[in-house]
Ligand binder design. Structure first.
Ligand code: NCD
Ligand code: ZN
Length: 344
């Protein structure tokens, strides 16, 4: 198959940042996706429906002429989140979920939840109103190995949480392990997961063999190949519990190529082509549409898109770098490399 047409895809996990960064990130994402879950880990974070609406307006101001883009907003869960905010989410037109970052787990997560058992009053409301809880599923204790942090989160945090709130609707974001894939498979339709292009295309060897490659560094960190294999299997299986979430997370070239480099891969400009590459390599390009364009919308209870995009099997070279902020650069995921798919 050399050409495929699919319903316009959506990105259920993206970081657009704020201010000047939006000049780069919003056009890049809006050219690829019709809707995107816009992550709230700004400094300071987006904590209320009102703040989310204001952030959405700042995003909308950067959508290029002639492109339709519908940012879906998310609140940042803190120890102080009021249970009353959940009904506001339920009633709001643009806010769809709340994101829980364990404090200290990743970029801009210092205001995250310090202990999930302290916020059960809010989680009760999430279950009651069926507002999705989006999870950065890693524990943060210093003594837990970075490669084990996702699995430990499932065992120590998520399993007890699901016992307490069996009706909770949740998305395990950017899953990276077989254990996470199995956790999702073992639960009912209310438990879903997003998968990034980097976790489908790469494993920790790509990041660490032959020199440290900081542009593959993201959180949760790339795992061994067997996990990559399982993620490919579930993503291409046609199971609606797994859907597209790029976790495109911009950091300037300087911030990545640094003695203490930031976590995050910038995939927005060629995200759908990267996924096409992964699905095609697995011999499952026909499964891309469900993953990219149906299952996420269905999970969130939003209508599927109606327009289409076309991808052709044709080489394209990913740029070495792109302009970012005022005079800085950003290096996209797989920069300088050739992929076999191109979006028309
Ligand atoms: C994200 C970021 O930079 O905001 N980084 C990342 O490595 N994925 C945060 C996140 O989603 O963990
Ligand atoms: Zn993210």
């Amino acid at each position: 198959m050399n050409t495929i047409t699919l319903l316009q895809p959506d990105d259920w996990h993206a970081h657009l940042r704020d201010g000047l960064a939006l000049e780069r990130t919003v056009p890049d994402l809006a050219k690829q996706f019709s809707r995107a879950i816009c992550m709230p880990n700004l400094v300071p974070p987006v904590k209320t429906v009102e703040e989310a609406e204001a952030y959405r307006s700042r995003i909308m101001a950067h959508v290029p002429e002639g492109i339709e883009f519908d940012p879906r907003m998310v609140l940042y869960f803190t120890d102080q989140t009021s249970p009353k905010e959940i009904l506001k989410i339920k009633k709001s037109e643009h806010v769809n979920a709340i994101k829980l970052y364990p404090a200290g787990a990743t970029t801009n997560s210092d205001n995250g939840v310090s202990d999930i058992s302290k916020v059960y009053a809010v989680i009760e409301q999430l279950e009651k109103y069926q507002v999705p809880l989006l999870l950065h599923g890693e524990v943060t204790h210093n003594h837990v190995d970075i490669f084990d942090r996702e699995k430990r989160f499932l065992d120590e945090v998520l399993s007890p949480l699901m016992k307490q709130f069996p009706g909770l609707k949740l998305v395990l974001e950017h899953i990276t392990t077989s254990e996470a894939a199995n956790f999702v498979l073992e639960h009912d339709r209310n438990v879903a997961a997003t998968i990034t292009p980097q976790h489908l295309l790469f494993n920790r060897n790509d990041m660490l063999v032959g020199g440290v490659k900081p542009h593959f560094y993201c959180l949760p960190i790339l795992k061994r190949q067997t996990h990559q294999q399982t993620l490919l299997e579930v993503a291409t299986s046609g199971n609606p519990k797994f859907f597209l979430g790029t976790d495109s997370a911009p950091h300037s070239k300087n911030a990545k190529e640094n003695t203490c480099g930031c976590a995050g891969c910038y995939s927005a400009p060629t995200a759908i082509e990267l996924y096409a590459q992964a699905f095609d390599q697995a011999g499952k390009i026909d499964r891309l549409e469900g993953f990219a364009s149906h299952f996420g919308a269905d999970f969130y209870g939003l209508p599927r898109n109606t327009s289409t995009i076309t991808l052709v099997k044709e080489d394209q070279i990913i740029p070495e770098s792109l302009d970012y902020l005022d005079g800085e650069k950003i290096v996209p995921l797989y920069a300088g490399k050739t992929i076999q798919w191109r979006k028309l």
